[in-house]
Design a protein around this ligand. Structure first.
Ligand code: AMP
Length: 142
């Protein structure tokens, strides 16, 4: 069945269910598991005001992303085939990476940091619409 699973996590409490589910599915199918996190920050934001005042914002976001990724890997105690920190609009970066590693399943949460406002979160919706492979959107409990 699935052989090459990609877990996308924003490391929010909501995504933790998706993280655990991805690990369970990988174990069940004896599949390889990869992990992506996208730093949702664009250099152009600096031009728009506030963030330009924060020194080394990009560096600090990258450090935080790496810390969160290390914590996720430790939490799941799984061996990951690939781990990747990307930059840019999350849905596009997740899809490009899934294509690059030829993932046959993307696992993500139905909602994440952006909250429960929509029926399905915007990243989850975007990935579902454009993925070439299956997508498992793990329901976040309300
Ligand atoms: P959202 O649709 O943005 O509420 O997020 C739904 C799910 O998409 C989250 O639970 C994560 O699994 C995934 N996701 C959202 N943002 C990111 C991100 N920046 N990097 C990786 N995965 C993400």
């Amino acid at each position: 069945m699935y052989k090459n699973i990609l877990l996308a996590s924003d490391f929010s409490p909501e995504a933790e269910r998706a993280e655990r589910r991805a690990a369970e599915v990988a174990q069940k199918y004896d599949a390889q598991l990869s992990l992506i996190h996208v730093v949702d920050y664009y250099p152009s934001m600096q031009l728009e005001g506030g963030l330009a005042m924060l020194p080394n914002i990009e560096e600090r976001l990258n450090e935080k992303a790496q810390e969160d990724m290390d914590a996720c890997i430790a939490r799941l105690s799984m061996t990951f085939k690939n781990t990747h920190i990307g930059h840019g609009p999350p849905k596009g970066v997740i899809i490009d990476y899934a294509n690059e590693i030829e993932a046959d399943l993307i696992v993500l949460g139905s909602h994440g940091r952006h909250g429960l406002g929509l029926l399905l979160g915007s990243t989850a919706t975007g990935v579902l619409h454009i993925a070439r492979c299956d997508v498992l959107a793990v329901r976040v409990q309300e």
